[in-house]
Unconditional design. Structure first.
Ligand code: NAG
Ligand code: NAG
Ligand code: NAG
Ligand code: NAG
Length: 285
């Protein structure tokens, strides 16, 4: 895990993608069953950092099939901050962070961008944890069971994760009587090693989840900000050197404002000799 200071200098120069105004005819309608319900308010816990309240939502395990086992549920964690929110009567917006591969608190504590902008837009801030991470583990919260084999791990997919976000935010809006509040989704890359799962079949896509969310659920989100998202950054789609090229460019820009010590520190963080594959398979093109 890297420090906040590092994250902020890292995020700024990287490319951001705004996906406002993209229309899509190909969204997958998801099944909103009455199974999903919010737990009572007593389950909400203020965070030690004072940045949000922690809540849980009873989420459906499988959004796309109708087998009996598809109706299993799990507790999905989300973090919420309504301090700046203008409220439903003003149709004040909702800033939604589409959680990536890790505990959601870490992303909430390092995404100052949403907190910085929420007061100006009078936005509600919501961070949703990605299924199978942190406290959002299906199969009774037992990680060993949840990750034991294909029949349990098969529910870990970006398609299911996006449907989780759509289900949760839709229920939350109903609950808050804020059905007309526009939702803007945010996703940021958490580290430039491109994640722990890159050698596995399911590559989480990090910030790209926000862009995909806007594409698949245009009726739920009016826009997405996918910072440093590897939109086309997948093996064999783009040049394997794109990532390194853009990193080099970033260091060039950064070097104007950083001391040589900062730059050396960044290079040491970036260069990971233990990595089995070079960090150049994904691009930010
Ligand atoms: C929301 O975040 C601000 C800090 O930006 C904090 O002062 C406030 O207490 C938080 N509100 C909640 C409900 O956690
Ligand atoms: C997969 O794991 C689950 C939970 O541990 C277990 O009940 C099931 O029998 C396993 N299935 C196979 C095919 O190994
Ligand atoms: C990329 O292309 C090479 C050469 O065609 C192929 O061997 C490899 O399996 C491909 N990789 C992926 C992940 O599709
Ligand atoms: C059905 C349900 O979960 N209702 C909740 C909606 O939000 C209010 C206030 O935040 C709660 O008190 C309700 O329990």
């Amino acid at each position: 895990m890297m420090g906040t200071g590092f994250i902020s200098i890292w995020f700024l120069p990287l490319f951001s993608l705004l996906v406002f105004g993209i229309s899509s005819a190909h969204f997958i309608p998801i099944r909103f069953t009455p199974i999903a319900q919010f737990q009572a308010e007593k389950d909400s816990v203020s965070s030690p950092t004072g940045l949000y309240k922690e809540k849980f939502f009873t989420q459906i395990l499988d959004h796309f099939n109708f087998n009996p086992q598809s109706y299993q549920t799990f507790q999905q964690r989300y973090l919420i901050n309504d301090t700046f929110w203008g409220g439903p009567k003003k149709n004040a917006p909702i800033f939604l962070y589409t959680g990536n591969e890790g505990e959601i608190e870490w992303f909430a504590q390092n995404t100052g961008f949403m907190y910085d902008n929420a007061p100006r837009f009078k936005a509600l801030i919501v961070f949703i944890e990605h299924r199978y991470y942190g406290k959002s583990i299906p199969f009774g919260g037992n990680e060993d069971v949840a990750k034991s084999n294909a029949s349990t791990l098969g529910y870990l997919s970006s398609t299911q994760a996006l449907a989780d976000y759509a289900t949760l935010i839709t229920h939350l809006k109903n609950n808050l009587s804020a059905t007309d509040s526009p939702v803007v989704v945010f996703g940021v890359v958490d580290d430039f090693e491109m994640g722990s799962l890159r050698n596995q079949r399911y590559f989480l896509g990090f910030a790209v989840l926000a862009a995909w969310f806007r594409l698949k659920y245009p009726h739920v989100a009016i826009g997405a900000l996918a910072s440093s998202a590897p939109i086309l950054g997948f093996v064999n789609l783009t040049s394997p050197y794109s990532f390194s090229k853009i990193i080099t460019q970033d260091f060039r820009v950064l070097s104007l404002s950083l001391s040589i010590h900062d730059i050396i520190a960044i290079c040491i963080l970036y260069y990971n000799p233990k990595s089995s594959t070079p960090p150049n398979t994904f691009s930010f093109d």
